[in-house]
Design a binder for this molecule. Structure first.
Ligand code: NI
Length: 163
């Protein structure tokens, strides 16, 4: 099932999402539908609040297969990188965002088992962009200079910029 993606400034996108207490069959169904929605969009990441569920989980896929992270928490961040970002909730807008270049994240996987994930480059940016969604932040909040925010034709945006 493909979900409708909320558009900024929907109030739910500004809410701090609640931790997932138990990975129920309902949560697994939500995850699978979120992966389908992300692929259909197309985008490289999708957080639960973007589809109207204010809970702490997201999915990502930079072309290496889907990743699911429930209750993500960064345990290490280092370096800096600036990548061009867009967001499924802000179609037609892109801007360069500076974030950590290397990250280590812990959370639960689709089966509810604890795991750790180390990432660099695009995936590091995606993990930070999605975790921001769980804290009520969107990428334009992180743009140092508002004059760098550009309006673009969504059809011309690269898939890897749409997080
Ligand atoms: Ni986004």
């Amino acid at each position: 099932m493909i979900f409708k993606i909320l558009r900024f400034p929907h109030p739910l996108l500004r809410k701090k999402a609640k931790a997932v207490k138990k990975v129920t069959p309902e949560i697994i169904r939500l995850i699978d539908n979120m992966i389908e929605t992300m692929h259909a969009a197309p985008g490289v990441g999708l957080a639960a609040p973007q589809v109207g569920e204010s809970i702490r989980l997201f999915v990502a896929d930079i072309g290496e297969g889907p990743i699911v992270v429930i209750n993500p928490k960064f345990i290490k961040k280092s370096g800096k990188q600036t990548l061009l970002e867009g967001c499924l909730c802000l179609p037609g807008i892109e801007a360069p965002v500076e974030r950590a270049a290397h990250v280590k994240l812990k959370g639960l996987n689709r089966q509810g088992k604890p795991f750790e994930l180390t990432a660099a480059g695009l995936l590091a940016t995606v993990l930070q962009h999605e975790t921001d969604h769980l804290d009520g932040l969107v990428f334009i909040d992180r743009v140092a200079d508002p004059s760098l925010i550009k309006y673009v034709d969504r059809k011309k945006e690269k898939r890897e910029e749409i997080i």
